[in-house]
Design a binder for this molecule. Structure first.
Ligand code: GDP
Length: 407
């Protein structure tokens, strides 16, 4: 039997969450650059970044409309779902959070966790979205990783598991020691110049101490790691990686990395962490929905009955484009599906993967995929599309409450 299940383990449906101005657009743009999705460096201030392709967004310099972009990193298919950071657009944040399997929360290395980032963090908590933290703007005057980490622990009440030690400070920030692999990652001035090497002698003792702290913290939280730690008084890189993955996925801890997106520093290890620690669609619990009065669960299995959630509808030059997250089953071009919201059937036209400003047409989309479909007539954001033989309404968002900033 042909199954896509193995393929789905290499999918990451990822969102970038941040307070306005923390650098979400810049991080997104640098991810697209690092993954070879774009070859031109866009800058936020000249309005050429790729995810901000709505003219209104370009004008305002903020990300208003969520866009889904596919890219590839280390054999993994990363669907980047851009979530708006503005409190006014919380419905859209809510909808995009529903379709994510993991997120990167971006904080400013000077400001740390700000009230608005707290609100988005809590929303992500309600949706059970596993997260990594990226402390951005390490090049700024006053940037302080330890202080930002303290604000993560105090304000977000989560165990911060810091896996890097910065090399250089503020304007001199040029890299990080990877505390899991105990190697130095250093960036040059050119966008692609990135080299891994031994930990510099001057930082060796401090890096050992930080690694020790990380091992102790992980052992406190993870029973299998504790066992190894008690037996050998240390944790191997393999055990540490496996435990960090478990703690991230269960939400018991959050892995913290740092960098300067603006200067193209820190994005490659961030992508490595996305692939290592965040879950794939098949690692997520089955999605729940209702079928009449009965509650049904559907696993991320391409052979199961089809069910997908429409999370964004855009009017584009190509036609009406509906962004869908497929939760179960397989959707093929030409299929007739049921819109559980309207009770009408719809025909699947062209299926597209959005790659920055280009679209790649595909014949089918399977459980775990995020794609855009052209030609759906009446489907709205929030509607379930499903097999007419196995109707299902996916559960409504966990919280419809508006997000109120406490600033
Ligand atoms: P967003 O509102 O979260 O999408 O943030 P942007 O990506 O638009 O960034 C906000 C501002 O911070 C812009 O002027 C960026 O150029 C700047 N910025 C982003 N990343 C960095 C960084 O790593 N260092 C510094 N110094 N500035 C940055």
């Amino acid at each position: 039997m042909r199954t896509h299940l193995n393929t789905s383990t290499t999918v990451r449906n990822l969102g970038i969450l941040a307070h306005v101005d923390a650098g979400k657009t810049t991080v997104t743009e640098r991810i697209l650059y690092a993954t070879g999705t774009t070859h031109k460096r866009g800058e936020v201030h000249d309005g050429t970044t790729v995810t901000d392709y709505d003219p209104q967004e370009r004008d305002r310099g903020i990300t208003i409309f969520a866009a889904a972009v596919s890219c590839t990193w280390d054999g993994h298919h990363v669907n980047l779902i851009d979530t708006p950071g503005h409190v006014d657009f919380s419905d859209e944040v809510e909808r995009s959070l529903r379709v994510l399997d993991g997120a990167v929360a971006v904080f400013d290395a000077v400001a740390g966790v700000e009230p608005q980032s707290e609100s988005v963090w809590r929303q992500a908590d309600r949706h059970g979205v596993p997260r990594l933290v990226f402390v951005n703007k390490m090049d700024r005057v006053g940037a302080d990783l330890d202080r930002a980490v303290a604000s993560v622990q105090e304000r977000l009440h989560v165990a911060a598991l810091v896996v890097q030690l910065p090399i250089g400070q503020e304007d001199g920030f040029r890299g990080a020691v990877d505390l899991v692999q105990m190697r130095a990652l250093v960036w040059g001035d050119e966008p692609d110049s990135f080299a891994a090497g031994p930990v510099p002698d001057a930082l060796y003792e401090e890096a050992r101490g930080r690694r020790r702290m990380l091992e102790e913290r992980v052992a406190e939280l993870h029973p299998a790691a504790l066992e190894e730690y008690c037996a050998t008084s240390e944790l191997s890189a393999a055990t540490l990686t496996a435990a960090l993955r478990d703690l991230t996925r269960s939400g018991e801890g959050v892995v913290v990395l740092c960098g300067s997106a603006y200067r193209n520093r820190g994005v490659e290890p961030l992508l490595d962490a996305v692939v290592s620690y965040l879950p794939s669609p098949v690692d997520m619990p089955p999605v729940r929905g209702t079928r009449g009065a009965a509650v049904e669960e559907r696993a991320a299995d391409p052979a199961a009955p089809f069910a997908a959630l429409a999370f964004k509808v855009n009017a584009t030059a190509t036609g009406r484009m509906t962004c869908l997250r497929v939760y179960s089953g397989t959707m093929r071009k030409g299929d007739t599906v049921l819109d559980a919201g309207t009770g009408r059937t719809e025909r699947i036209g062209r299926i597209l993967r959005v790659q920055a400003d280009r679209h790649a047409e595909v014949d089918e989309a399977v459980a775990g995929d995020i794609v855009a479909v052209v030609g759906l007539k009446g489907t709205r954001a929030g509607s379930t599309l499903c097999s007419p033989q196995a109707p299902l309404v996916l559960e409504p968002p966990k919280s419809a409450a508006p997000v109120v900033s406490v600033a």
